[in-house]
Design a protein around this ligand. Sequence first.
Ligand code: ATP
Length: 224
Amino acid sequence: MPERASGAAGPLGLFGGTFDPVHYGHLRLAEEAIAHLGLTGVRWIPAGHPPHRGTPQVTAEQRLAMVLRSTAENPRFSVDPAEVEASAPSYTVHTLTRLRSELGAQRPLVLLVGADAFAGLASWHRWRDLFALAHIAVSHRPGFPVETASLPHELATEFGDRRTTDTAVLAAAPAGQIVTFAMTQLAISATQIRKLLANGLSARYLLPDAVLDYIQDHSLYRNS
Ligand code: ATP
């Protein structure tokens, strides 16, 4: 899918997730990452077969459709359907390797993760290899501290010296740094939205109306 962002050589944000469903916490993370980190755009990459969790309640195609609806009007957002279309598990290291060959060795790539996802990084497939492929930008998320002391031991000891709040490092190299950034704190989760909908309660204003309309039209996240 072609990049909708302009400025082809600047740092590009890559935002993977289950997006089950996509909500305003995700959208603000991507929007604020562009501003705080000087990104040319954000490529959203919905996971097809997430290796770290149980089977999502809706199909990968439906999660992709919701991401497409919520990002369509932002020219700096693009959506990469490759993980949804693949039959193999969605390991981030494979996705980054593919994007590296597509975008070239020099383009700064910035993997965007929330603090909760970053805390689990050391359990990801070939996680040490990620640093040769991309930078990692960690956003603050309510309830999940980002201090080094709260990181898994291997990550803190092996990669602690790569952490910085100086976002200029992202444009200066293609990969290898860990940057933390503070975004507007939104205590919204897909889990909370799924629970509300399963109980017949309103999830309005936690996610875009276009996504809620899609959920209603397809009778998703209902208990029965
Ligand atoms: P679930 O509740 O099903 O675990 P989630 O709301 O955490 O889902 P994911 O699709 O798992 O959403 O998250 C994708 C990425 O977005 C992760 O890196 C996660 O840390 C980040 N993220 C999700 N919600 C927020 C939020 N409210 N604030 C900051 N980051 C968030």
